[in-house]
Write a protein that binds this ligand. Structure first.
Ligand code: 1PR
Length: 577
């Protein structure tokens, strides 16, 4: 039935955009089982314009190491490989995978004929990427892949193909729909381009004919120069990703039942006077839009009282995500209540079901809090019994399986536990299992009060928004969720939350060094200098704030300016939203 509809549609479609998230194998399987692969290939062969996004671009390749045995369309002679966690460009010799965040893309072919064709992408803009697999940049301009390469990008010491363009084919590894004004501009240019500027027949391998290297070579721009490194010197060192600034909106119902953005001090969101009402700092969708226009690199919503009811019954929260996704074109994360639960009428709901509802409403990532702590406790118990660590059944694992690890964030709410170092033998008596998360006050890198210098502390995991503590430390938790398949850690601090004292640098460094996935530092930002500090002192990829943005004490643009002045890679969109 679907394929019959396609037959009809093929006659009328002028331009086709094929977006995609998920794994390579899942995409190829669903295209084949639905029968859509044949009309898609026919469309591609017809020479009509095709725009593939992320997996929609990877489908054009032969294969991907992500899903051995799965075949792409095989139009572009290349295989996607996994990024390496090793990196010779950093002092610690490692980088995070997935490659997540805003990165530059430079034209692989410069001058000559390439300069004359209609430009689709603007120079010096950053685009939003989120993926673990990519096609490595070809080793030379004579490679069969080179004629297809439109832009290259670099992640640490690896150069990869960030967009392809030849004849009727355009594809990008990044997400233009999440790349703010630069991404929207690309989509607009492609959609507005005269049909002949984005059409053309590309040799497509068939059962009877495999294009020869000389056929590919003939397609390469003959008068252009191959540019294997970013000509913008300011973006040719470090990881190449910009440091992300995330605006966070803690959302809950106030006493009148309205959904409001609130903000606590050490997680207490009630006013100290005025009858102890829930602090109301604005409307969620309006604030999200404001932060998008102010150049936030990501927006995060945390439904902070979700543990009280079923997230799926929380229609207003789903509406908030839906309405935000209509006007906010940077990644949206939504957290709170992503867990297996039972509705009041007894209907069981899986974490995957809840996450699916949020993804369908427009979220790009879901964030799991309390449930991740319980999952790691169980994982550690299985390991202690010598059983396999993974069951495939936890929320993290099921969501990762269906939507990819980049879609699963774990939000950690650690609390400092101070130890009296004046007591003799304190270190010998300190629980060995928590030693990796121990900080000695006099060695601390965070700004510490004089009385803290004579102390030591470790970081204990909490659940239910800091209301209950568990016998798990932050290093065990971070490493456990990475093992379960989380793609990113949102690292809060109950102690620093709302304090304006700056990020807990010891905590951020501890967690960042313990894992190979990206970390978002959160809690305590009081000034632009705090962001600069956390990026200079730790390797964190992103930093989040709430209170100072809501109260308009600091604008996101001030933060970005401080980063630019410090020479840190920063996304400063040149187009207006
Ligand atoms: O456990 O999966 O249902 O998720 C609940 C989520 O709600 C968790 O991510 C948890 O961190 C969050 N949460 C629960 N209670 C609170 C609370 O404040 N009472 N908020 C809460 C966590 C911390 C950050 C805050 C930063 C930056 N809030 O979201 O935005 O600390 O603040 P600052 O810049 O003002 O210092 P589950």
């Amino acid at each position: 039935m679907l394929s019959e509809l396609w037959l009809l549609a093929e006659l009328t479609i002028q331009k086709l955009i094929f977006p995609g998230v998920g794994s390579f194998g899942q995409a190829t399987t669903s295209l084949r089982t639905s029968g859509l692969i044949h009309p898609l290939l026919r469309y591609l062969r017809s020479g009509k314009p095709y725009f593939g996004i992320c997996i929609g671009m990877q489908m054009l390749f032969e294969s991907s190491d992500e899903s051995p045995g799965a075949n792409g369309f095989g139009i572009i002679p290349a295989t996607a490989r996994k990024f390496s966690n090793e990196d010779t460009t950093t002092a610690k010799g490692k980088k995070s995978v997935p490659h997540m965040g805003w990165n530059a893309a430079w034209e692989a072919w410069q001058g000559g004929e390439a300069a004359e064709r209609a430009k689709l992408m603007l120079p010096d803009e950053d685009y939003y990427f989120v993926h673990s697999f990519a096609v490595p940049g070809p080793s030379s301009s004579s490679s069969p892949l080179a004629p297809f390469v439109n832009t290259l990008s670099r992640y640490g010491d690896e150069t990869f193909v960030s967009s392809v363009r030849l004849g009727n084919i355009f594809g990008c590894q990044f997400h233009p729909e999440k790349s703010g004004p630069a991404g929207l501009d690309l989509l607009r240019r492609w959609l507005d381009a005269p049909i002949e500027a984005v059409s053309g027949v590309v040799p497509i391998p068939t059962a009877d004919h495999t294009p020869s290297p000389s056929e590919y070579a003939a397609l390469a721009p003959q008068t252009s120069t191959w540019q294997p490194v970013n000509p913008n010197a300011s973006r040719s060192t470090g990881s190449a990703l910009t440091k992300r600034i995330v605006a966070c909106l803690d959302v809950r119902s106030n006493d009148a039942g309205d959904l409001v953005v609130t903000k606590g001090d050490q997680y207490d969101v009630r006013e100290k006077d005025q009858g102890g009402e829930v602090r109301n700092l604005g409307k969620p969708v309006e604030l999200a839009r404001r932060y998008y226009h102010a150049q936030a690199d990501e927006i995060c919503f945390l439904n902070i009282t979700s543990f009280r009811s079923s997230a799926l019954l929380d229609q207003p929260m789903l509406e908030v995500v839906k309405a935000s996704a209509e006007t906010v074109f940077v990644p949206l994360t939504i957290g709170g209540g992503i867990k297996d639960s039972v509705d009041p009428d007894g209907t069981p709901r899986s974490a995957l079901e809840v996450a699916g509802a949020y993804f369908r409403s427009g979220a790009d990532k879901v964030s799991i809090g309390s449930d991740a702590v319980f999952a790691v406790e169980e994982l550690m118990e299985r390991e202690a019994r010598g059983e396999p660590a993974l069951t495939g059944k936890t929320g993290i694992e099921t969501i990762k399986e269906a939507y990819g690890c980049q879609a699963v964030v774990v939000s950690i709410d650690p609390r400092r536990v101070y130890v009296d170092t004046s007591v003799e033998g304190w270190l010998e008596n300190f629980p060995k299992k928590h030693l990796p998360s121990l900080i000695i006050g006099k060695n601390a890198i965070s700004r510490t009060a004089p009385q803290e210098q004579d102390k030591a502390w470790w970081y204990q995991a909490t659940v239910q928004g800091g209301r209950a503590v568990r016998d798990v430390d932050v290093v065990q938790l971070a490493q456990g969720v990475e093992k379960l398949g989380a793609g990113e850690i949102l690292l809060n601090s109950v102690d620093r939350d709302g304090s304006g004292l700056g990020f807990d640098l010891d905590l951020v460094r501890l967690v960042k060094d313990a894992v190979g996935i990206p970390v978002v530092a959160s809690s305590g930002a009081g000034a632009p200098a705090d962001f600069k500090e956390v990026f200079e002192v730790t390797d964190t990829e992103a930093a989040l704030a709430a209170g100072i943005f809501h109260r308009e004490e600091v604008e996101i643009v001030d933060v970005k300016q401080a980063l630019v002045q410090a020479g840190l890679p920063t996304r400063v969109a040149t187009l207006s939203t």
